[in-house]
Write a protein that binds this ligand. Structure first.
Ligand code: SF4
Ligand code: SF4
Length: 508
């Protein structure tokens, strides 16, 4: 039986983690609209899963919200045009990924009219609609995990009778330094988020919702509590649901799904299991707002709120940006003119990707864009020294891994050993690197090791598939030979029966 009283007691924090300098210099900056660039760039894959199928051609005119990429497969999410205009190019372009590699993108030249397709599917009385219909609307709106994960949201909303959801947790933690976009959403759009939570409870059949916020965001805590009070005091709303705000002590990486569930419920999500196996659905604040917009306003996902900040940025801000806006345009809007010695970070400084340039577009998983002085970022990892076995990395690891050993194994290319020490459980939070007195870039080793192991697995499965094909071919050849031999033998037998014995003398 789940213990609900614990929501009203101080919660046990998750193990490990660190306290960081937060640098949240934009936490009092209201969300402003970023202007529209001349050209939007829409990658056909902005999510975990299969890339989308192209629905437009060069020369086509499109409207904002028009589907231009159709999801292909179960794990996928459609892509919609960010504004009205003309499709001018369809070609590979850089996307936000440290590799700097490109993928197919649709380029839309804005016509300046910003005309949207008509919102036909607005459902204000969603409580009277079946969850399956609402889930389909979330799928069609192209919503993915806007906290950076990029997993198609509708899949998380499918009901599984074996694992009923007893709690929906809204993740308002935002524990990465510099980022404040969720903080501002909670302050400025609290009513939409609370109704989005009510929709989620209806969708998964859960009676309780918890909005988890770290105690360094007191205004957001107050705003969300007031929005809950206003929602629940309205007689026409569901009486049977409970919604609470839970303040948690600030600690990185509390915003990571498994750590948050442990902090809220005291339950540890076992390795290899999903949150739903503990009866919890975790949703990001921005995704919840997007769900509200998709259901109540009938709007597909064409924009998102991001934080643009960093110690090298003249005018940091929280901006509502059209998806597809080139990062360079966003930085220029925030006053960045001098690009020398700047490191662009996609996301937060702990878990974000360091990009080679700012040519990629803002995509669904863009939580923030940072322009950092290279010296600041380098300071953490300057002059790697030998491990002194101090054990600090293990103390702060929220997953109970032994980072120094994992790093040793990956450095020595003993990837099978690294795997047996649960390398794949590492969430790449960066806590171990952050505390290492020898400045060892541990997470870099782990990313390298995971990449190598993935490659080895791919090669193994390719070799296994070739072996099976070869075996099947050999066995077919053997079978065919046997069949031929049997046929020949049958023919000889029949010939013996047909030919009279004296014909033997006629043979040459
Ligand atoms: S924190 Fe650094 S020096 Fe200490 S054990 Fe870990 S890797 Fe070695
Ligand atoms: S080993 Fe992975 S999960 Fe553990 S602290 Fe380091 S980066 Fe985080």
């Amino acid at each position: 039986m789940f213990d609900w009283l614990q929501f009203f007691r101080p919660t046990p924090p998750f193990s490990g983690g660190v306290l960081l300098d937060m640098h949240k210099i934009t936490d009092a900056s209201p969300i402003a609209d970023c202007p529209l660039p001349e050209v939007l760039i829409h990658p056909l894959k902005q999510h975990i899963g299969a890339s989308c199928e192209l629905l437009v051609s060069v020369g086509d005119h499109v409207f904002r919200g028009q589907k231009i990429g159709k999801s292909k497969g179960y794990v996928s999410a459609p892509v919609h045009a960010g504004t009205s205009g003309k499709v001018v190019r369809i070609e590979d372009h850089i996307v936000p990924h440290p590799s700097g590699l490109g993928m197919p993108c649709i380029f839309i030249e804005a016509d300046g009219l910003d005309q949207s397709i008509e919102a036909k599917n607005s459902i204000t009385d969603w409580i009277n609609h079946a969850p399956s219909l609402l889930r389909e609307q979330v799928r069609l709106a192209g919503i993915t995990g806007l906290g950076g994960a990029g997993f198609p949201t509708y899949i998380k909303l499918l009901k599984d009778q074996r694992h009923p959801i007893h709690t929906v947790v809204l993740n308002g933690i935002e524990c990465e330094p510099w980022l404040t976009h969720d903080h501002r959403l909670m302050i400025e759009h609290s009513d939409a988020i609370v109704e989005g939570l009510a929709i989620l409870l209806h969708l998964v059949g859960s009676p309780r919702g918890v909005i988890a916020i770290e105690d360094n965001k007191p205004i957001a805590i107050l705003a969300m509590q007031q929005a809950i009070d206003a929602y629940t005091s309205n007689a026409k709303n569901q009486a049977a649901i409970i919604m609470v705000v839970q303040s948690l002590p600030t600690r990185y990486p509390q915003g990571s799904e498994k750590q948050l569930i442990q902090a809220i419920t005291g339950q540890e999500v076992p390795a290899g299991k999903l949150p739903m196996h503990t009866g919890v659905l975790c949703q990001n604040i921005a995704s919840t707002e997007a769900i509200y917009r998709a259901i109540v306003q009938g709007k597909p996902l064409t924009e998102r709120v991001i934080t643009v900040s960093g110690d090298a940025l003249p005018i940091p801000a929280n901006l509502r940006v059209r998806l597809g806006t080139p990062m360079r345009f966003v930085f220029s809007h925030c006053g960045l003119r001098q690009w020398d010695g700047i490191q662009i970070v996609h996301g937060g400084p702990m878990m974000g990707e360091r990009l080679k340039n700012a040519e990629a577009p803002v995509v669904k998983s863009t939580t923030g864009l940072l322009a950092m002085a290279r010296n600041t970022l380098m300071a953490e990892h300057q002059g790697e020294e030998p491990c002194i076995r101090c054990g600090h990395c293990s103390e702060v690891c929220p997953i109970h891994l032994v980072p120094n050993m994992l790093a040793d194994f990956t450095r020595q290319e003993q990837f099978d050993k690294a795997e047996s020490y649960q390398l794949f459980d590492c969430i790449e939070c960066g806590c171990c690197s952050h505390v290492c007195p020898s400045h060892i870039p541990l997470v870099h080793y782990f990313r390298y090791g995971k990449g190598q192991l993935a490659q080895i697995r791919k090669e193994k499965s390719f070799a296994e598939a070739s072996r099976q094909r070869s075996e099947q071919r050999n066995s077919r050849i053997v079978q065919e030979k046997a069949a031929k031999a049997a046929r020949r033998s049958r023919v000889r037998q029949q010939a013996k029966k047909i030919l009279p014995p004296e014909t033997k003398d006629d043979q040459p």
